[in-house]
Design a protein around this ligand. Sequence first.
Ligand code: ISE
Length: 338
Amino acid sequence: QQLRVGLIGAGKMGADHALRLRERISGVRLAAVADPDLDRARQVAGSCGARAAADAFEVIDDSAVDALVIASPGAVHEPLLLAAVERGVPVLCEKPLTPDAKSSLRVVEAEEARGKHLLQVGFMRRFDAEYAELKRLLDAGDLGTPLMLHCVHRNAATPPGFTSEMMIYDSVVHEFDTARWLLDSEIAAVEVRAPRSSSEAPEGLLDPQLVTIETTSGALVDVEIFVNCGFGYQVRCEAVGERGTALIGAEGGPLVHGGGRWGGFISDDFRGRFGAAFDREFQRWADAARQGRTDPAAATAWDGYAAAAACEAGVRAQTDEARAEVELVERPDFYTRT
Ligand code: ISE
């Protein structure tokens, strides 16, 4: 039986997920799409034979919807997630879970009180083939105890309204999650420094920035976040262990010779670089949801909360130009997977 999916949010990400559900994910059918911009909802729904609504709660409460994908802006996630938990439907929620630690914790507590794992956060890098291989190498101990990660996260350009804080909680949130996941450790503290801003960056944006992350296990992670680099979407990570290093995200693909030059291509946004990861994430989520469970490989609500707490420290570090410690409540047993 097909999983009937309700999609909340029909913007760039939501439209991309609708296409994914229609063309590449098996065992699912897009049943309903909600967006405050009803025309936008209709456009996305129409291409899939789904119904459109302006009110997200109408879709969450729809008995003809078995599972939800939330792709609306992080600032509106909390009430949607709480309603979905109350109804007891599985949810794949795009990152961030919510933009701040307090609201993320409320979501965590609601899921725990419901007593059933329903929520999954869309940290898609966990499903990228190269990241998965790096995780396997680290877990197998091939590189020895990990000491450092050197990360590069570059975007070609920012959409209007993108702020210096968003570079932490919208962009570096991915590195907070991957650092926690790869190193199997919580984040202890964050520091942020910045060189002079690129003259190509919009007025007032601190771009690039250099973020340093300390883990409770004693590793250090440096992240160059540069969101107006101009040339494309680039995500790299080099792990340094006691006995070896491993680099992912280096240029691969066809090596082109022509026009007096040699080189390759760089995708212009995350849809190119992480398209296959999103597909894998969605297929596994749908398969698990049809069996009434969540995907053990995915980020949980706890992971979403921990990333939000790290982002909060990151924004504090940026504002105060000082090291900021991450404050976390104790991890409930409910989120300890065996
Ligand atoms: C965006 O929301 C993403 O999730 C992208 O992966 C990231 O590269 C970008 O900086 C974010 O704004």
